[in-house]
Design a protein around this ligand. Sequence first.
Ligand code: GRG
Length: 304
Amino acid sequence: MTKASIQLKHPFDLTEYLSRRQLLVEQALEESISTAYPEKLYEAMRYSLLAGGKRLRPILCLATCELLGGTVDMAMPTACALEMIHTMSLIHDDLPAMDNDDYRRGKPTNHKVYGEAVAILAGDALLAYAFEYVAEHTRGVAAERLLQVVARLGKAVAAEGLVGGQVVDLDCEGRTDVTLETLNFIHTHKTGALLEIAVVSGGILAGAGPAEVEHLTRYAQNIGLAFQIVDDILDVTATAEELGKTAGKDLTAHKATYPSLWGLEESRSQAKRLIQSAKAELEPLGPGATPLLALADYIVSRTH
Ligand code: GRG
């Protein structure tokens, strides 16, 4: 048994699964970057990368790789790269030029500690290092599968993914005429694209065929949108302590959100409906899908 292998208990215990997986991911992230010269840069990168968080994207990637017959070890470099990219997007999102946030993951934001210039550069370094890390550290995966993962990862973060979503989000600031179509565009790109590649990359690393990739894509798209609806709900209902960042920011900024368009009750039922659709996509993939099914439920029931 490798250090990465995990015995699942029956019935499936999601809390235990999440805490064991989070521990594995934390260890891998800790080992992924050590401090070197210039120390200030490496410290800023490590400060945000190792600041906690749910580690949902790495966990989805590992779970999907295992579902398709791969191993945790095969997927861990990609899982770490996903968290590096997610973390850099949070660092940049928190900058004064964007959301201007003071707290993230329960700690002062990167630019509050290291200054804006270093925060921008730490984000840039994490983004580039993510791609280097996948290419340098993945073992036991055929080169053409790895190339597919790298190409899809690039697409998910660039203009067709996170960055495109963020630009439209910034454009909509202060506007009261944001349509559901625009809101969906923002979130399928800003939030959904990285969750989608987290799931799909795990499948591709394990050798998923086109039909399996399609099921995984639809599962991920549904949980991605549900995740964002719940995020918007929590911005209204959760405390700053629970969130680890300022609560109620969307309301203060008069931002278009799902609760502002639909109300809280309808937002909750839309999220539940999306989770049911996500889970239906896993049916053809067999009993090994238990962790992904439980993770889908967790997305709507989470409190932070
Ligand atoms: C990717 C090149 C590049 C630049 C960044 C700033 C930006 C472009 C995009 C914004 C992306 C963003 C911040 C989306 C929000 C995603 C989201 C819902 C974050 C919260 O995720 P959780 O709840 O957080 O998984 P934890 O802390 O648990 O990891």
